[in-house]
Design a protein around this ligand. Structure first.
Ligand code: ADP
Length: 624
C-alpha cells in the first residue's frame, strides 16, 4: 500500500516533536500507557451496552517490553484496538488538531508549550523514536493492520498478523546523541521507575518481564535463567489512600495521568465522607481555561466510580454549570453498578453527593480567596466569567453560593475587590453600590458619567465582561445595598435632586428644542448633575443600559434593542453658554452644535456615529 501524507497540522507538530528541545522526553511512556489504559476502558464501555461482550477485568493488561538488540520498546495492550479506518483517522491526524489551529506559528516553536497545551499523546513517541509501528486488531474484527511512520514524510498502512485483540506500539529507539541518552528507554529498571512515577494509579496491571536466575530444582549449585513477569504499578486508586500518605506531586501526577488538564491545578480537594452516603473524591480546580471551555464542545462532569468500578467518564449531574471547570474523580459504594444515564438523574444518593460537593467547592474557593488571594485571582481570571453566568442563568436562585465569590475591579483600590470589601468601605451616607460598564478599565476610568460619583470619593466597580451587568441585574442587591449604574437615570444622591429641579425650569425651552432636533434618537435632553468637567454624556432610563444594548445587538437574535438614551449637558461648562446664545440668535448654529454634541456623546460611549461624513463636515463647518 502506498505512502500517505499526514494532514498539514499533524506534519508541523511531528516536525516539532522530532526536533523537540523538550527536555522531559520520558513522558512519552506515560502517554502511551494512558492510551493503552483508555483502550481497555473502551472495551469496558462497549460491554455495558453490548451483551455479546463480557468484561472480566482480570483479562486486561498493559505490557512494556524493551529489546536492547533490536533497540525497540513495545507497549502492548489488550484493549479495543483500531480498524484500518481508525488507524488512519486517529494517527494520521492530530486528535486535537482543531485546537492547534488556535496557536500561531510563532507560538509553536517551543515544544514544551505544545505538550503543555494540548498533550499530543501518541506523537510524543517521536521524541525518542526513529520509527513508530502500530499493529492493531480491533474488537469484533478478524483483520489486522500495521501502521508505520518514520516521521513527517508520511506513513504506511498494510495488512498484518496478530493473534489477540489489542494494540502493539513498537518504537525504534533513537541512537544516543551528545545531548540525550536514549539507551535509558531500553533499560528495565529505568522503565520500571518511570512507570512507578507516572502511571502507578493506572487501574490495569502494567507488566514487565524481568530476567532472573534461580537454583535448579534438585540441584545444589546449578542455576538456571528464567523470566518472571511482574506487575509494576500498585493499582490502588489514589482516592482510597490516606491523605497523609500522599504528596502534592501525587495529586498533580494523578491530574496529568487522568488528562484532566495540561496545566498545574491551582488546588486539589480530597474528600472522604462516611455516613448516610459514603464516598471518596478528589477534585481539582484547574489553573488555565481549557481552550474549548466557553464553547458548546466543552463537557462538564466528574469521573464516577462505584466501589472501584468505573461507571462514567464524565457524570454531569455531579456539578452545577457554574462549577463546570472542576475536574475530578469520585467513588461511592452506595451507587448501583448498572445504573443507567436516565436513572442517574433521579438517583437520590447522587443528588445528595452533588449537593455536598457544591458546598464543599464553594467553601474551598472561599478559603482560597481569604488565604491565598493571588491564587484566587488567577483562578478568577480563568473562570470568574462562568461564576457570573451562574448568577445570571439561575435567575439569582444560587446567589447565596455565588455572590461572595465574585470580584470586580475597583476604581479606588485599583485592583479586583469582593462585594463584601466594597460594602465595608462605604461611607455612612452612601446608599448604593455604584458600577460603570465599558470595554476596558482604562476606558471606564475616563467615562464622563463617573465624574460626580468619583468626586464624592465613592468607589466604583468596573464591569468589563459582557455578562457583568446582566448578572448584577439578577442579583439586584448585596447585603441590602442596591446596585446602581453611574449611567442610570437617578444616581440616588440627594443634592443632585434639588439642583436638578432648579435647572429644569430655567432651561427647559432650550432642551426641548434640542430634543426635537434629535427626534427619536434620544428620549430626553437634560441638564447633567453627574458631569463636572466634561461637556456632554449619554445616560439611560429604564432597565436596558447602553452597554447592554451593545451586547444584546451583537447576539444572533433578530431584534433591535435600544436603551432609552438621555443626552446630558453640563450647564456649568462653557459650551452651555454657546448653546444658549445660539438658541437666542442663530437656530442653524444650534442645530449644528446639537448634532456635534450628540455624536461626541456616542463616540465617548464607544458607539458608532450614525453618519461619519456628516459628522466630519460639521467639524469643518466649525473651523470656518
Ligand atoms: P488522545 O489520546 O489525546 O486522543 P493521541 O494522539 O494520544 O490523542 O491518540 C489519538 C487516538 O488514537 C486516541 O484518541 C485513540 O482513539 C487512538 N489510540 C491511540 N493509542 C491507542 C491504543 N493503544 N489503542 C487504541 N486506540 C489508540
Amino acid at each position: 500500500m502506498g505512502k500517505r501524507q499526514f494532514k498539514a497540522e499533524s506534519k508541523r507538530l511531528l516536525d516539532l516533536m522530532i526536533n523537540s528541545i523538550y527536555t522531559n522526553k520520558e513522558i512519552f511512556l506515560r502517554e502511551l500507557i494512558s492510551n493503552a489504559s483508555d483502550a481497555i476502558d473502551k472495551v469496558y464501555y462497549r460491554a455495558l451496552t453490548d451483551e455479546n461482550i463480557s468484561f472480566n477485568p482480570g483479562n486486561y493488561f498493559i505490557k512494556v517490553t524493551p529489546d536492547k538488540e533490536k533497540r525497540t520498546l513495545t507497549v502492548s495492550d489488550s484493549g479495543i484496538g483500531m480498524t484500518k479506518e481508525e488507524l488512519e483517522d486517529n494517527l494520521g491526524v492530530i486528535a486535537r488538531s482543531g485546537s492547534l489551529a488556535f496557536k500561531k506559528e510563532t507560538e509553536l516553536t517551543d515544544g514544551y508549550d505544545i505538550i503543555g497545551q494540548f498533550g499530543v499523546g501518541f506523537y510524543s513517541a517521536f521524541m525518542v523514536a526513529d520509527t513508530v509501528t502500530v499493529i492493531s486488531k480491533a474488537l469484533g474484527s478478524e483483520e489486522v493492520f500495521k501502521w508505520e511512520s518514520k516521521g513527517p514524510e508520511g506513513y504506511t498502512i498494510d495488512a498484518c498478523e496478530k493473534e489477540s485483540v489489542g494494540t502493539d506500539i513498537i518504537i525504534k529507539i533513537k541512537e544516543n546523541s551528545e545531548e540525550e541518552n536514549y539507551d535509558q528507554f531500553l533499560d528495565e529498571y529505568r522503565l520500571r521507575s518511570l512507570i512507578k512515577k507516572y502511571s502507578d494509579f493506572i487501574r490495569y496491571p502494567i507488566k514487565m518481564d524481568f530476567k532472573s536466575s534461580r537454583l535448579k530444582v534438585g540441584s545444589e549449585d546449578e542455576y538456571e535463567d528464567y523470566v518472571e513477569e511482574r506487575t509494576i504499578n500498585s493499582m490502588v486508586p489514589i482516592w482510597r489512600k490516606n491523605k497523609n500518605e500522599l504528596t502534592p506531586e501525587d495529586y498533580e501526577n494523578f491530574y496529568v495521568e487522568k488528562r484532566f488538564g495540561f496545566d498545574k491545578p491551582i488546588k486539589y480537594i480530597h474528600i472522604s465522607v462516611a455516613g448516610a452516603v459514603s464516598y471518596n473524591a478528589i477534585l481539582f480546580i484547574p489553573e488555565k481555561t481549557p481552550f474549548d471551555y466557553y464553547t458548546r464542545e466543552y463537557e462538564k462532569g466528574l469521573e464516577l466510580y462505584s466501589n472501584g468500578v468505573l461507571i462514567m467518564n464524565k457524570c454531569p449531574e455531579l456539578l452545577p454549570d457554574y462549577f463546570s471547570f472542576v475536574k475530578g474523580t469520585i467513588d461511592s459504594e452506595d451507587l448501583s453498578l448498572n445504573i443507567s444515564r436516565e436513572m442517574l438523574q433521579h438517583d437520590r444518593q447522587l443528588k445528595i453527593i452533588a449537593k455536598n460537593l457544591k458546598t464543599k467547592i464553594k467553601n474551598e474557593l472561599q478559603s482560597l480567596m481569604s488565604n491565598e488571594r493571588e491564587k484566587y485571582e488567577t483562578f478568577y481570571n480563568s473562570f470568574g466569567k462562568q461564576l457570573k453566568y451562574g448568577v445570571y442563568e439561575n435567575f439569582g436562585s444560587d446567589k447565596d453560593v455565588l455572590q461572595d465569590l465574585l470580584l470586580f475591579y475597583s476604581s479606588t483600590e485599583e485592583k479586583p475587590v469582593t462585594l463584601d470589601e466594597y460594602i465595608s468601605r462605604m461611607p455612612e451616607e452612601q446608599k448604593f453600590i455604584y458600577y460603570a460598564a465599558g470595554e476596558t478599565n482604562e476606558r471606564i476610568a475616563k467615562m464622563p458619567q463617573t465624574e460626580l460619583i468619583a468626586d464624592k470619593g465613592y468607589e466604583i466597580l468596573y464591569f468589563t465582561d459582557d455578562v457583568d451587568e446582566f448578572a448584577i441585574k439578577m442579583l439586584m442587591n448585596y447585603k441590602d445595598k442596591e446596585f446602581k449604574s453611574v449611567s442610570g437615570g437617578d444616581l440616588g444622591i440627594d443634592e443632585e435632586k434639588e439642583e436638578a429641579v432648579e435647572d429644569k425650569a430655567e432651561n427647559q425651552d432650550l432642551f426641548t428644542y434640542m430634543k426635537d432636533l434629535l427626534k427619536d434618537k434620544v428620549k430626553d435632553v437634560r441638564a447633567s448633575k453627574r458631569l463636572k468637567s466634561h461637556p456632554v454624556c449619554l445616560s439611560n432610563e429604564g432597565e436596558i443600559s447602553i452597554e447592554m444594548e451593545k451586547i444584546l445587538n451583537t447576539m444572533p437574535m433578530d431584534q433591535d434593542i435600544k436603551a432609552d438614551k438621555v443626552l446630558e449637558i453640563n450647564t456649568k461648562h462653557q459650551i452651555f453658554e454657546s448653546l444658549k446664545d445660539a438658541y437666542e440668535n442663530n437656530k442653524e448654529k444650534l442645530s449644528l452644535y446639537t448634532s456635534l454634541l450628540y455624536n461626541q456623546a456616542l463616540l465617548i460611549e464607544g458607539l458608532p456615529v450614525e453618519d461619519p461624513v456628516e459628522f466630519t463636515n460639521n467639524m469643518c463647518e466649525l473651523m470656518k
